[in-house]
Design a protein around this ligand. Sequence first.
Ligand code: UFG
Length: 336
Amino acid sequence: MRILVSGGAGFIGSHTCVELLNQGYDVTLFDDFSNSSEEVVSKIKEITGKDLKCFKCDMKDKKALEKVFKKDKYDALIHFAGYKAVGESVAKPLMYYENNLFGSVNLFELCKKYEVNKIIFSSSATVYGLSENMPLKEDAPLSVTNPYGRTKLIIEGILEDMAKAEKQFSIVVLRYFNPIGAHESGLIGEDPNGIPNNLMPRLLDVVRGKAGCLMVYGGDYPTPDGTGVRDYIHVTDLAEGHICALRYAFSGFTGIDAFNLGCGRGVSVLELINTFEKVNNVKINYKIVDRRPGDVAENYADVSKAKSILGFTAEKTVEDMCRDSYRFCMKKENMK
Ligand code: UFG
């Protein structure tokens, strides 16, 4: 079975390619490498000892994309490609709409033309907006707080309309909570271009001396220690979630269904810092500062739907996530 993976060199895409190859799928990935590196492809091969096909392709370029579709018959698409920085999307909304929306429409049109009827879409818990009713269930009200989130919600809507209009599609939408960690080999992990926004890459910048101090945004939230609570999930667990979603798409189900992928447990910023210090035997220089605009106190998933229908449960602990993130970061530093 051959799976087409868009954005397969990115953080979650690369770990999913490893899992797909390990479980015997044939993989073709394409990526424009705007926020990833071609080196990742050789690392995927090194980890798995298996070969995969790779194309450099921008999904906005429909002609180039069609060449990828003509190369092989694909049984499913896993669609990761897209810009993903919340702050950048606020500053450059049109760039986000052009890339994420036009690119996705091109991709879905080609899926229709070449009969790639199983689609797994990489969505985000951002589609729940600023909801305060935790844990979040898939049927919670959806809303947006920034252009990035709007692209995810619009793409979910496009897929819903496709599933209504064309009965041959089986579409699985996966709403990720906070993916961190890295492959245990230390060969692939999160490697954002520029200054990162998210907690773990920023924490790693402090550990390796690229930043002096980690700003902890808010110490006065109504949470057990006053800092923000999130549902962190190890990226290799998340990758496994995609395999479960593929199996579901091939199980005879048609239409569209959405699932939360998280651990279902809230972890505070201070808890994450303390765990990181303990398992890696390092000290993190941090300071509690004002809240970051747009942040909610708590965000964590109800994971019962993924468990009962997909048979998916995240297994790795916060300790594993901290250990693996650190290993990847130090390995990269030592190679410089
Ligand atoms: N935080 C800090 N300091 C930092 C960065 C983050 O204290 O330098 C805190 C935040 O305030 C929050 C927690 O760490 O409490 C996690 O923040 P992240 O930026 O890592 O993640 P978010 O939960 O804000 O955002 C993530 C994804 C978004 C997605 C959102 C909703 O990055 O793409 O989850 O699911 F939209």
